[in-house]
Design a protein around this ligand. Structure first.
Ligand code: CA
Length: 508
């Protein structure tokens, strides 16, 4: 990956057998695909370099051609946040890229949806069963009458009551729910179902819409799209379902008037994530996605990358790319917050890697982080989004989220993404109902085996000699096609995950 490296990664499907000679180097063991082999003899304590960076120290002597993995690699300390300095160099100039567009749904606030969805959020999980039932009825009985509406989705979650609602940590799940309801795919027409007695009152979740405590003597179906189940007019279950259906019919009528129009690529808000990563993620899928991210930024669009524990070990690289000293300081502040959060749980960033990561050749979180950061491309970092906040401005933004796929995706929805791109090495059927998720395989073997689950085979960079740049270009074009309405594999199969809120606050 870099001339300074003293390990290399076996890219071949099925790995390479013991005794295979590559460029004069004889392998001492069978080396599985995506695993590392020492290019030169290493003594105990020697730094092991990949991507030109130290990913760890040899625990014992390792011969040239020997396997390097988590058993013989010592984890280095995370870069100290105090020692990080912002060079203050002028940010890299962004060369504009013109002429790319997609067909999206323009909203009154200027944002652009890539899908036309009726969303129904709630203020507390108590109402989930009722909302779930209502959504099924809406889908069967109402949706066929509104052909320009793509779907109806319950924004189900486990928050709203039984929590310390005034604790500092509560701000994150509350603003996440608030901002998810404002995702561009919902056109500002998200419905709200409340129970009535919960801690998270509609006026707390949407202070701009509901400025007072709910008046349970008001009609059950509120003009602002609010239905309160404890409303006195609700006599029994069918009355509640009737109120939700009545309100949803009005919202569907409004949504059905939306039409796709030509929008410049600058209206893309692309959320990037990886999950089930392997060692080839940092060789194929993530660098190609990084090239695609550069194209989106050059076209004036917004790219959001995330996953604090997967950038923590490369924070020095990110600080150098900050567009201003304020952004550099905010990056460091978000890392510090997360270090503290993990230490309160008696843990640290080394808790990130999974058994599948290790099986896929990722020895530790440092190696994982360096591969993960590759998907952010090379553009200046133009802003930092605290967890649950909506993105401000355009260009490359860092959203400070956990690396957990479901939590990161939920927070990127709140940030306002309208396309999600997800890279994987081991494979995951991850999907979201709210925003299209383009799935990228890091290996051709996975892309072939999961032929109907993977949208892009980035393994072709290894298996077919395709360049990172040409793969990145086709990823960018795929984003525009998906944004224009082409369905993803997960959409065709109807696969999606539940939303998962990040709640660092206490439960009562
Ligand atoms: Ca992830």
């Amino acid at each position: 990956m870099n001339p300074a490296d003293n390990v290399a990664v076996v890219a071949n499907d099925g790995g390479l057998r013991e005794g295979t000679t590559v460029d004069g180097l004889a392998l001492r063991h069978h080396v599985p695909q995506a695993h590392k082999v020492a290019l030169a003899p290493l003594s105990a304590g020697d730094p092991v370099r990949r991507y030109g960076a130290v990913i760890g120290y040899a625990k014992e002597s390792i011969p040239a051609g020997g396997l390097v993995n988590e058993t013989n690699l010592e984890l280095p300390h995370a870069p100290s946040l105090e020692s990080l300095t912002f060079a203050g160099r002028a940010a890299k100039a962004v060369e504009p890229l013109n002429g790319y567009a997609f067909r999206g749904f323009r909203n009154d606030d200027g944002s652009v949806g890539t899908r036309n969805i009726l969303a129904i959020t709630n203020t507390v999980q108590c109402v989930s069963g009722i909302v779930g039932h209502a959504v099924e009825r809406i889908r069967c009985e109402l949706l066929p009458r509104f052909p320009h509406v793509d779907d109806v989705v319950a924004l189900d979650h486990t928050y709203g009551c039984g929590v310390a609602i005034d604790a500092p940590g509560a701000a994150i799940p509350i603003r996440t729910l608030h901002n998810i309801a404002r995702n561009p795919n919902f056109a500002g027409l998200t419905m709200v179902v409340s129970l009535g007695c919960e801690k998270l009152q509609p006026s707390m979740l949407f202070p701009e819409t509901f400025d007072t405590l709910p008046d349970i003597s008001k009609p059950a179906s509120d003009p602002a799209g609010l239905v309160i189940l404890q409303d006195e007019s609700h006599v029994g279950f069918e009355a509640m379902i009737g109120s939700i259906l009545q309100t949803s019919e009005r919202q569907l009528t409004l949504l059905d008037r939306r039409r796709r129009k030509r929008c410049p690529a600058s209206d893309l808000v692309v959320g990037l994530q990886c999950g089930g990563s392997d060692s080839l993620s940092g060789v194929t899928a993530n660098p190609a996605l990084g090239h695609a991210a550069d194209l989106v930024v050059r076209a004036g669009g917004t790219v959001i990358f995330s996953e604090v524990t997967e950038v923590r070990d490369g924070i020095d690289q990110l600080i150098r790319r900050a567009a201003s000293p304020e952004i550099a300081a905010e990056l460091a502040r978000q890392m510090e917050w997360y270090d503290h959060y993990l230490s309160c749980g008696q843990s640290d960033r080394s808790a990130n890697t999974t058994p599948g990561n290790k099986k896929g050749g990722l020895s530790n979180v440092v190696e994982k982080a360096l591969g993960s950061i590759a998907k952010s491309g090379s553009m200046p970092i133009n802003g930092v989004i605290p967890p649950g906040e909506r993105a401000q401005g355009s260009g490359l933004l860092f959203a400070a989220t956990p690396a957990s796929d479901f939590i990161c995706g939920t927070l990127q929805l709140a940030a306002g993404m309208n396309v999600h791109v997800f890279t994987t090495g081991q494979g995951t059927p991850y999907g979201l109902a709210e925003v299209p998720v383009v799935k990228v395989a890091s290996r051709s073997e996975l892309a072939k085996r999961w032929h109907d689950l993977m949208d892009i085979d980035a393994g072709r960079i290894v298996s077919a000699g395709q360049t990172i740049e040409s793969m990145g270009q086709s990823m960018f074009e795929k984003m525009l096609a998906i944004a224009s309405g082409e369905r993803t594999c997960a959409e065709r199969l109807g696969l999606h995950n539940q939303l998962a809120l990040f709640n660092p606050g206490p439960v009562t």
